[in-house]
Design a protein around this ligand. Structure first.
Ligand code: PHE
Length: 413
């Protein structure tokens, strides 16, 4: 991050009960797949940049290096900044090498305080705030769960056309299109009232129309033709709100959310007499469709047989799978407790099996006469890179069972 590799021990106080970020997630910080010219995510980012550059004559300002560690609260006026930095890195003073390294970076972070929830009007009781859905570094700090975390700060600093690309973090279930770290690109465009008065439309309709036109143009550029549909939806920060879905692997898959920005966000950040649109698109999912990448774990692969296929740094490449290794399925049944969640299960499984786990799927669920509920999950193990031995899988499954039992208060059956 900011050129410094930050490890968990550096930012997390020992035994902080609020922290739910596992080491495997920390190790993804600073990987910056979106800034690699020869990686599908970087290639896609550049293609979208090109679309906006050529349609809006370079008006969109681009950000792709904003920190993913964002505060949920602003420090109080007059707070001792050095103290906050010490607290953030769990050191008692700033007279050590690590503190010296991160100090300028954390200072910058405090100055441009970026907020994942409050700034974009996410209500206090919204599910996305829960520690089941979001990674908390500590009680005040999260790994951003969307690039919308940067909207307010950028509007406030005067920008009216911008794109923000970055890694985002969400606790979620496991399958071929979900991974706890992925990349989004946010786009925001602000219109002043004189831009729409002549159209005969009200500001909101004008912005909606322009938004759909821009995104359909983008989809056209990227895909030529592919089956798409618009769905009306809800986001706290836009109204109306829409989702774009693309037909992929025999299912409709959500690839972006967008809408007309809530007036309150504009007004709070100095945009008076304006309307705006915003979108947030998931780069992995678009890239899966564009490059024919069958599984989201592949984006993290360092196997030459994956990386070398994108060395030209251009669109138009179709990924040739090198793995036909079969998946191996293992079932696991247990009585759940009240606090059980699928996201927690998935994190434990991923903690043991890492990227060898392809899918965790609930296949059976019943409640007995005593009111105890049993879940049966089917875990698919598969490597993208090699074949797994029976021995290895049995060992993994054994370790997974043990970890699930000890960490999740469930009773194995
Ligand atoms: N932040 C939303 C998400 O991550 C996407 C979004 C961005 C929706 C901007 C509307 C406007 O799902």
């Amino acid at each position: 991050v900011g050129g410094v590799k930050i490890t968990k021990d550096d930012v997390v106080r020992e035994n902080d009960p609020a922290n739910n970020v596992p080491d495997a997630i920390f190790s993804k910080l600073g990987m910056q797949l979106h800034r690699r010219e020869n990686h599908p995510i970087g290639i896609l980012k550049n293609a979208i940049y090109e679309y906006f550059d050529s349609n809006y004559s370079g008006k969109f300002v681009k950000f792709d290096d904003l920190s993913p560690i964002v505060s949920v609260k602003e420090p109080e006026k007059g707070a001792n900044k050095d103290r906050i930095i010490c607290d953030a890195i769990g050191k008692t003073d700033l007279n050590n090498k690590f503190a010296k390294l991160v100090k300028p970076y954390i200072r910058a972070l405090l100055k441009t305080l970026v907020k994942n929830f409050d700034d974009v009007l996410v209500p206090a009781d919204h599910v996305s705030r829960s520690n089941n859905d979001t990674y908390y570094v500590d009680a005040q700090t999260v790994l951003r769960c969307h690039t919308s975390a940067h909207q307010a700060e950028l509007l406030k600093s005067g920008h009216s056309h911008f794109l923000v690309t970055g890694d985002v973090y969400r606790r979620d279930s496991i399958d071929s299109t979900h991974y706890p770290v992925f990349h989004q690109m946010e786009g925001v465009r602000v219109f002043c009232s004189d831009e729409w008065v002549d159209s005969g439309l009200d500001g909101t309709s004008y912005a909606s129309m322009d938004l759909k036109k821009s995104l359909e143009g983008l989809a056209q550029k990227l895909f030529g033709d592919v089956e798409m549909r618009w769905i009306d939806t809800y986001f706290p920060f836009t109204n109306p709100s829409f989702e774009l879905e693309i037909y992929f692997q025999e299912k409709w898959m959500e690839v972006l959310g967008c809408g007309v920005t809530e007036q309150e966000i504009l007004e709070r950040n100095g945009k008076i007499d304006s309307v705006a649109w915003a979108f947030g698109l998931g780069l992995e999912r678009l890239a899966m469709v564009l490059f024919d990448i069958p599984d989201i774990r592949l984006f993290w692969s360092t196997d030459q047989r994956f990386t070398s296929q994108f060395s030209e740094g251009k669109l138009g490449i179709k990924f040739k799978p090198f793995s036909k290794y079969p998946p191996c399925y293992k079932d696991m049944s247990f009585w759940i407790s009240d606090s059980f969640t699928e996201n927690n299960l998935c994190e434990v499984v991923r903690g043991i099996a890492g990227d060898l786990v392809e899918e965790v799927r609930l296949i059976d669920n019943f409640t007995n006469k005593k009111g105890m509920t049993s879940h049966c999950y089917r875990i698919a193990y598969r490597s993208m890179e090699r074949s797994l031995t029976d021995e290895e899988i049995n060992q993994l499954q054994g370790d997974v069972r043990e970890a699930v039992q000890s960490k999740l208060k469930v009773i194995l059956r």
